[in-house]
Design a protein around this ligand. Sequence first.
Ligand code: GCW
Length: 828
Amino acid sequence: MFGGWRPEALRADTGQDAWLRYAPLETAAKAKYASLPASVVVLGHSPVLRTAQEEMIRGVRGMMAKTLRAEKGVAERAIVLGTLAAMHAAGYSLKAPKLEGDGFWLTTGQIQGIDCLIVASTSDLGVLYGVFALLSKIARDQTFSSLDEVQQPYALIRWVEQWDNLNGTIERGYAGPSIFFENGDVRADLRRVGQYARLLASIGVNGCTINNVNADPRIIDDSFLPQLARIANEFRPWGVRLAVSVDLSSPKVIGGLDSFDPVDPRVIEWWRAKVSKIYQQIPDFGGFVVKADSEGRPGPSSYGRTPADAATVIARALKPHGGLLLYRAFAYDHHLDWRNPKNDRARAAYDIFHPLDGQFDDNVIIQIKYGPIDFQAREPVSPLLGRLERTNEGIELQITQEYTGQQRHLCFLPTMWKEILDFDLHVSGNKTPVKDLVAGKVFHRPTGALVGVANVGLDANWLGHPLAMANLYGFGRLAWDPNLSGEAVAEEWTRLAFGNDPLVVKTITDMQRASWYVYESYTGPLGAQTLTDILGSHYGPGIESSERNGWGQWHRADHDGIGMDRTVATGTGYTGQYPPAIQNRYESVRATPDELLLFFHHVPYTYLLHSGKTVIQHIYDSHYDGAEEAADFVRQWKSLQHHVDEERYAAVLARLEYQAGHAIVWRDAICNWFFRTSGIRDAKGRVDHHPHRIEAETMQLQGYGSIEVHPWENASGGEGIECVTPSGCTATLRFDRPAGWYEIDVQYFDQNNGESKFRVFVGNQQVDEWIANDHFPATKPSGDSSTRRRIPGLALRPGDEIRVQGIPDGEEHAPLDYIEVRASPAER
Ligand code: GCW
């Protein structure tokens, strides 16, 4: 019944343990590890080493139902955990390889004549990382009879950031409230914080910034520090350093000064004293993140000072304590004049920070978003990444899917991150991939950083979509080792999160690997960026929201063509920020790769791509293909029924079915908009032609009235219907096709300010009913709230009356867009 595979994988799973489930091993795998020693020896007493020993015991107990004996010395075959120094001190003679920092060595060897399994490092934390690596191998069914493996982290700083507010909400968080804060204070119950730190440690993440970069100054108020210390206590046993985002105006807002001018001696003293107080309570405090002069945040420009002036005052306060300052390069003017074709937000980070190269202290890291705009589904690599030679830099990636489907759409981001990290910027004509630049290897900097904005929440499974945790896992793995392939990361994660059933491993790995391209293909063509509502949710389609305003995310589409001319020759000059080899590639319209064409060039819709298609036909095709591939995810996932636990099976299926529907909303919005704007027909005749679609406004309505939807492209035909009669309304049509099996899609709008009820009848028989109670980011009918209900397998006869009844609730007026009646798949 289970395809020969074990029912073990089918245990209910809330997702709380993520990739650290330690699920019981298959009998065959258990046999493989039967010779594992029966005891675990740890050399040393630090909290991190204690954690390492406990984790080893926990993992083996979960997977093999055996409890290792915790010992202090080697008297029998043992798993030995400790630093190389401790091993030498204990008189163990080992020929150790060269290890640095928190790197580790897993090996088998003799200690005092006894065969042992050894996990060694130069640091306690490295030992913990080694334990996690060993347990991961067991969970993934890897053989390690002749184990001898060294792993070194690529970059020193591997931090996640959370955009949590003190009131418990999370900016761009999609999985429930904050695990850290509630009602203005640190939560009383911090169990989830300890669990989070464990997950982070298991992938080598060594720091976490807990609050929004749009920082509440109160975070470092003296009265708040004991609360921060409680969080640091949860992090400490896992070697995760606590950091916070600070507001540059803090000396004024909470410090009582009349200025926050970074060169004012009183301000300098204020930061010095504040930082010492923090370290008195949190000796291993990691440091600060700063967002300044950006999107309305206060900054040094108020006093005519530079980011270097601002960074210096804070960095010097942190320096004596070993603290770091991550100063964000995401600073730009959001009141740009869109009428000026030379204006370009993409230039901002480089224009502001490049002239300051060399003016930052050694404990400052300039934290640079991967692209020059803002976490779009596709952007070129930020040129600033290649242009700081005398300043530490780090890259900022986004784990939370702000512009990539908000964990309702499947989008495995390590595929994108790999392209970015491997991208060779050819600095000074040499091979200089981004991963080497941000690890500080190219210019021999003291440090570098990979930072991921995670935004996990209180939802049991941390990120909402059960498959989205692969992004957090993948961030940590790539920060540790950017040379891993995206495929390897997806496969590791799948084995850990779902077990080793080959069908499960292959299916989920394949889906993850395809998912970013699929998402990109129906949301943002050819580097035009994610064509979403940039002024609001950043979720559904909103093609013109980025045009004709000061935010500078323009793609400049009009009747004749589309794209931003960013060339030196005729455009904004942005391409000139890249080293020559890259500049030449992007300066030339022919040399620019298709997927970034519209980021760099303005071209007519009839322009021929390298693929041989015109731009407009590519837009149509990619959106149709993308929507079909999204539908195919549902089919692929269904092949895993009875191979994964029911809970996650159902939760993922629901999200994928929703995604397949929402991909059609995206497809239609973008295709219709470009069709109307360009006037050029789809060569394949699909756009604006939906043979089985019946617009709700054309049905026979009782009580329902038509409404216009804005922007028009987010509803089929630009209109929908709504019902304000409390007892409900109906929309009816007469079925006039041959008798047979059909499925009906009801496209409706599910707002978050009411829970309307829907019922569907064929003749007098009710065939379905549901409540529109999902929580999309929308209070009106829109591309965010548009969703569908699919009713499969209906035997319809000519003359049947199909009737949808809607009963409004609150501000949600049972809004409908259209219905589609299609022959059931088996009949097609
Ligand atoms: O992407 C934008 C987000 C903002 C965010 C900002 C930033 C925290 O829409 O919500 O603010 O970037 O990164 O500072």
